[in-house]
Write a protein that binds this ligand. Structure first.
Ligand code: CTP
Ligand code: ZN
Length: 160
């Protein structure tokens, strides 16, 4: 396949997280715990043209594969992303990430008086996904809505 604008070279083995919403690449790296000091070769591509999203970011990490737990979190900050596993320069698996309809744990309810935040006998937080353009979850206990910005803040510790 010919790519018109190949900003960074293809990788030999590792992970390519493609179709990240523009501006979210750093949040993805952050939730993976990658600081750049680990020694992996990491490529960030930001604000490149994408048919589906308008603009997108791409993260390539050489020699690292992403586990289920992290894939789940990536889906919450990059709901349209694809997770590509590369071996010998070939995409050996491609997974379209999808934020789940229900979430158990992972996020914290923002309502300080929610039953899930009781200091003594805390209940595991549970949320339902709210339909709509932006990603939002609603606490099943107190109905508080967790916004997309809040999700990114909680998982990546930064503003969108
Ligand atoms: N890629 C890479 N190194 C490789 C193979 C692929 O960095 N050895 C990157 C590509 O540049 C692309 C992503 O991994 O960003 C997915 O590759 P591929 O499936 O070949 O691209 P598309 O068909 O465009 O993917 P999609 O259908 O998911 O948009
Ligand atoms: Zn709540």
């Amino acid at each position: 396949m010919v790519e018109k604008h190949l900003l960074v070279s293809r990788i030999e083995k590792g992970t390519v997280i493609d179709h990240i919403p523009a501006g979210r690449a750093l949040a993805v790296l952050k939730l993976l715990g990658i600081t750049g000091r680990e020694g992996y070769r990491v490529a960030l591509v930001m604000n490149v043209e994408s048919g589906r999203l308008g603009k997108k970011d791409i993260v390539k990490i050489e020699g690292v594969y992403v586990d289920e737990e992290h894939a789940k979190k990536i889906a919450l900050v990059a709901p349209e992303a694809t997770l590509n596993r590369i071996e010998n320069y070939v995409v050996v698996s491609k997974k379209k990430l999808e934020p789940p309809e229900e979430l158990e744990g992972t996020l914290t309810c923002t309502n300080p008086t929610c039953i899930t935040r009781k200091p003594r006998e805390p209940v595991t937080p549970r949320f339902y996904r709210v339909r709509g353009k932006k990603l939002r979850y609603q606490c099943i206990y107190c109905s508080t809505i967790i916004s997309e910005e809040e999700i990114v803040r909680q998982l990546a510790g930064e503003h969108v």
